[in-house]
Unconditional design. Structure first.
Length: 508
C-alpha cells in the first residue's frame, strides 16, 4: 500500500465494451474513428515541476524527465463527449541503438500516483534502463490526472471494526457516509473511475507515444491493471513484470480477507524481532510480552482515543498503523514500527507524545482530510470495479469467524467498507482468461498480495515464470535490495527472455 490496500499502502454501453474487448481497429490503427483523435494526438512535453513546492516534479526535472497531459474520453462509449486528462512522465532511453520501447509503470493502490516512478526505476534497473523510455502514469482521477476528492475527513475506507458490535456498527455508519460523500460530490464521474477505463487510457498513451506495443511494470494493484490490459488489448504488450500479484478471480471489495493469516503471522514475527531488541524499544522481552503490549494499546484506544501529538487514534485506526508497518521484514521497516509502538504505548498510558516522522505520516494520511484525495480515488476505483451489496451482517460474521485465530487482523481485513454502499458498477469485472508470458514476483509472506495469488496467476499463465522469495515483503524488486530478484528481473527486461524455469531467491 505503499500504505494503500494493494500498493507498493472503479468500471458503459456496447460501444465501450467493444473498445474494451480490443475488437475495434481504433486501438490498433491510429486513424480509425471514433477514437482516432485520441490515438493520433500530439504529445506536448513540458517541464514536470509545477512550482517551488512540487518536490516530485523537481526530482523528475533533475533526472531529465519531461511531463505531458494526454486527453482521453471520460466515457469510452461517448468519445465525442466530455474529456479528461491523464498525466504522464517520460525518462527517455539513453541507449537508443538498443532501445526496446516504452515501459509504462504503475505503483499500485488502487489510487497510487505513479508519475514520479521513472527516476527510481532507472536506479533499480541500472544499465537496462537505457533500453527503455520509462513512462510514469497517474491513472485517471489520481494525482495530477483530473484528480477526484470526495471531501472526506479521513484518508482511507480501510479501518478496523474494533473490539465489539458497537465498534462494527460505527464502521457501518462511516462506510455509508464515505460512499454518500463521494456520490454527492463526484457522482457524475464515479461510473468511469475504473480499472477497465484506466487500461483503455493506457492504450491511448501507447498510441500517442507511437508504440505498437508497450512493456509494463506493475506493483501490487498494478498487477491487476496489467492483467486487465492484456485481456482488453491482446498482443499489445512486450515485456511484462508483475510484482506482488493479485489473483484476478479474487479481486473484489473483500480482497484483503485473503491476507488475514499473513498479517497475523507477520505481527508475530515482528514481535519476536522487537523482543530481541527490548533494550532499545522496551516493548517486552519475549514475543508474548510484545503482543501483550499491543493488546494493551488496543484496549486503551477502545476505551478512549489516544492522543498522539495533534492526532487522535481510536480502535478503528490503530490497527491500520500496524498494517502499514507489517509490509516488510527489513530491519529498517521493523524499527519504524517498533518506534511507533513505543510512542503509542506511552499514549496508552495517557502521556504526552509527539510522533516520530513515520508515525506522523501514517496518521496524517489515514486519520485526517490530508489523505482524502488518495483515499477517495482508491475507493472509487475498487468500488467502481466490483461493488456488490453483500449485506452488513456478512462482514460481522466473517470477523467473528476468524477473531479467535486472528484477533489483530480479522476485524481489519474482514471489515465493511464504503463499497457496500456504492452504486452498482457500470460494467462487469474483467474476466482474465488469457495466457500471457510475464515475469511474476512474490514473497511468500506478503501481507497484501498474498503468495497464493501469484501461484494462481502462474498456473493460469502457463507461459509465465514465477520468482519466489521466502520473506515478508510487499513489493520485492528494488525496494528489498535482493540481488537475485533484481538480477533476474533486469536480465529479462534486457533480453526479453524469461527464465527457463520458476526460481526461488533466498530472502537474504
Amino acid at each position: 500500500m505503499r500504505i494503500n490496500v494493494c500498493s507498493r499502502v472503479a468500471v458503459a454501453a456496447a460501444a465501450m465494451l467493444a473498445v474494451g474487448a480490443g475488437t475495434l481497429p481504433a486501438a490498433a490503427s491510429s486513424t480509425a474513428e471514433p477514437l482516432g483523435r485520441y490515438y493520433d494526438q500530439a504529445v506536448d512535453w513540458q517541464d514536470c515541476s509545477l512550482g517551488p513546492d512540487d518536490t516530485a516534479g523537481q526530482k523528475l526535472d533533475a533526472a531529465g524527465a519531461r511531463c505531458a497531459d494526454i486527453t482521453v474520453p471520460l466515457d469510452y462509449s461517448d468519445p465525442g463527449g466530455r474529456t479528461i486528462t491523464v498525466a504522464i512522465s517520460r525518462l527517455r532511453a539513453t541507449d537508443p541503438e538498443h532501445r526496446v520501447g516504452a515501459m509504462l509503470l504503475n505503483n499500485g493502490g488502487p489510487g497510487g500516483p505513479s508519475l514520479d516512478m521513472p527516476p527510481g526505476m532507472a536506479g533499480f534497473m541500472g544499465k537496462t534502463a537505457g533500453k527503455f523510455d520509462l513512462i510514469g502514469v497517474d491513472p485517471r482521477f489520481v494525482g495530477r490526472s483530473t484528480p477526484l476528492d470526495c471531501g472526506w475527513d479521513v484518508g482511507s475506507m480501510v479501518y478496523s471494526a474494533g473490539q465489539d458490535r458497537a465498534g462494527f456498527q460505527r464502521s457501518v455508519t462511516r462506510g455509508r457516509d464515505l460512499a454518500e460523500r463521494c456520490r454527492r460530490t463526484n457522482g457524475d464521474v464515479l461510473p468511469y473511475v475504473t480499472t477497465r477505463n484506466t487500461a483503455r487510457d493506457m492504450d491511448v498513451v501507447r498510441a500517442a507515444l507511437g508504440e505498437k506495443r508497450i512493456s509494463y511494470f506493475g506493483f501490487s494493484y498494478g498487477s491487476y491493471l496489467g492483467q486487465v490490459f492484456t485481456e482488453l488489448f491482446p498482443g499489445r504488450t512486450d515485456r511484462m513484470v508483475l510484482d506482488g500479484v493479485i489473483d484476478p478471480a479474487r479481486y473484489s471489495q473483500t480482497l484483503l480477507a485473503d491476507s488475514t493469516a499473513a498479517n497475523e503471522r507477520a505481527l508475530g514475527d515482528w514481535a519476536a524481532w522487537a523482543s530481541a531488541r527490548h533494550e532499545t524499544y522496551g516493548l517486552g522481552r519475549t514475543p508474548e510480552a510484545v503482543l501483550a503490549t499491543v493488546d494493551r494499546i488496543e484496549e486503551a484506544a477502545a476505551e478512549k482515543p489516544l492522543r498522539v501529538g495533534k492526532f487522535r487514534v481510536d480502535e478503528h485506526f490503530l490497527p491500520v498503523v500496524f498494517f502499514a508497518g507489517l509490509g516488510s521484514d527489513l530491519d529498517a521497516a521493523r524499527a519504524e514500527l517498533a518506534t511507533a509502538t513505543r510512542s503509542l504505548a506511552r499514549a496508552a498510558d495517557r502521556e504526552r507524545v509527539e510522533p516520530k516522522p513515520w508515525l506522523a505520516g501514517v496518521l496524517a494520511s489515514m486519520t485526517t482530510k490530508a489523505g482524502s484525495h488518495q483515499g477517495s480515488a482508491q475507493a472509487a476505483i475498487l468500488c467502481g470495479d466490483v461493488a456488490t451489496r453483500r449485506g452488513t451482517e456478512s462482514y460481522w460474521r466473517a470477523i467473528q469467524a476468524d477473531r479467535a485465530t486472528a484477533p489483530f487482523s480479522s476485524p481489519l481485513t474482514h471489515n465493511i467498507t464504503a463499497c457496500e454502499f456504492w452504486d452498482r458498477p457500470a460494467e462487469a469485472p474483467t474476466v482474465v482468461d488469457n495466457d500471457v508470458p510475464a515475469l511474476l514476483v512474490n514473497a511468500t509472506g506478503d501481507t497484501r498480495t498474498t503468495y497464493s495469488g501469484a501461484r494462481q496467476v502462474r498456473k493460469q499463465w502457463s507461459r509465465s515464470r514465477l520468482i519466489t522469495v521466502p520473506a515478508n515483503q510487499h513489493g520485492v524488486y528494488g525496494d528489498y535490495g535482493n540481488a537475485c530478484v533484481d538480477g533476474q528481473v533486469n536480465a529479462y527486461l534486457a533480453t526479453g527472455k524469461l527464465p527457463g524455469r520458476d526460481r526461488i531467491c533466498d530472502a537474504r
